[in-house]
Design a protein around this ligand. Sequence first.
Ligand code: BES
Ligand code: MN
Ligand code: ZN
Length: 499
Amino acid sequence: MAESRKLAFAAFTPPSKGVLIVFCEEGLKFGPATRKALAPADDLVQRAAAADKFTGKSGSALDLVAPAGLPVARLVVMGIGKAGKLKTQDLVKLGGAAMGKVPARAEAASIFAEFAGGPLKPDQAAELALGTQLRAYVFDRYKTKRKEGEEAPAKPQITIAVNNAAAANKAWEQSRQPVADGVIMARDLINEPANVLYPEEFAKRATALKKLGVAVEVFDVPAMKKLGMHSLLGVGQGSRKDSRMVIMRWNGGKKSDAPVSFIGKGVCFDTGGISIKPAAGMEDMKGDMAGAACVVGLMHALAARKAKVNAIGAIGLVENMPDGNAQRPGDIVKTMNGQTIEIINTDAEGRLVLADVLHYVNTKHKPKFMIDLATLTGAIIVALGQEYAGMFSNDDRLCDRLTKAGQATMERVWRMPLGPEYDKMIDSKFADMKNTGGRYGGSITAAQLLARFVEKTPWVHLDIAGTALGSPQTDINKSWSSGWGVRLLNQLVEDHYER
Ligand code: BES
Ligand code: MN
Ligand code: ZN
């Protein structure tokens, strides 16, 4: 199970070794505890700043090795511009940027959580800590060798100096460490190769949430056959690995409250099936379960912080393979709610999985809303790049809330259209609908199909093909997988759905 690195909160005591990181506002302004700690090296800092024209601008830094007057190995002064302008997400980013200044071989690092106006509040220090842990994440469990001269990283002990260490630690443990661990769990699942993480193994890892008090139900192939989930099962029928559906439930709310619900696409590997994908880049399709990984990471976060909400996490786990038993183009499958889908392209498999899981959650659990996450279409990457996820919905209020949560976490969403005009694009000659809509509006026709399985329930579909995989390098992520969505949805729940 994912665990955060070595992290502690302590009082403002100048460290005697390792790296000392302090913050500085425009005009070379330090907070009182920082000024005191730097006093023995005041002249050095002033001269270094002058020599480097460092004034404390946001994004700039002074990096001093073996600073005279201080016992530490390194002093890093990070400019933050004006503290008054910093929002919560800037504190997370700042924590990440600070972590980025710590060399892997450092034995320890101490971050002074103080701006010119004084120490950060406990919850602000916890946001800073979140940034350090997300930045420190590496997925290296399959690296057995180091290059010549490369040292083993020391994985330094990180200390965050604050005014009230106990309060900061409490804020961290109760509200932000659960989120950090959830994001890291999602990243781990996504980075894991498909020979290790196939549906049954994925279900097993989701089952580990039981330790936190999450109720977990695993449906195997016979159980799903009984429910009539032939759309999901059709996708997995060409694989040696059996499909699974996992339903997780966290009961932190009032007994009578309808649950919120999150549904994830869990295609553990997507070859495209008989409509096979080209070879180049196909290895990335081990990440076609990022939606499901996000749901598991989110359920971890909610349970670990004992969120006062009832929540369902539902994931459809399959492997899409070409095989003698694989589904063919032209095949017609019947979904759990009795509709028929003609398969035009076996590579449009995510919607087939989600159709049955959405209907199952909707009818069985009568949720307050459903939000699904899926690496559903390449077209969404063409439309939005990697900065925004595509958002499709039948509910303006839910969209509004998600847009705001996106701005607060920098996991941003951009609303795309849906509408009956698009329906004719998925009309089939032989069945109720077909699984692809042609070249135009590929992300929209995919969402349009999903809409047929949600009825009146408020629903959002997030197409995360661009944001979840091959992530751009940011201050809080250096990994191929971002764990996108865990922080966004945790924020949504925090802001609106806890009693
Ligand atoms: N998993 C892919 C979408 C994808 C592409 C995710 C790139 C992440 C990165 C999905 O199953 C798929 O193959 N979609 C097809 C749909 C088409 C056949 C209608 C696509 O986008 O090309
Ligand atoms: Mn596909
Ligand atoms: Zn796929």
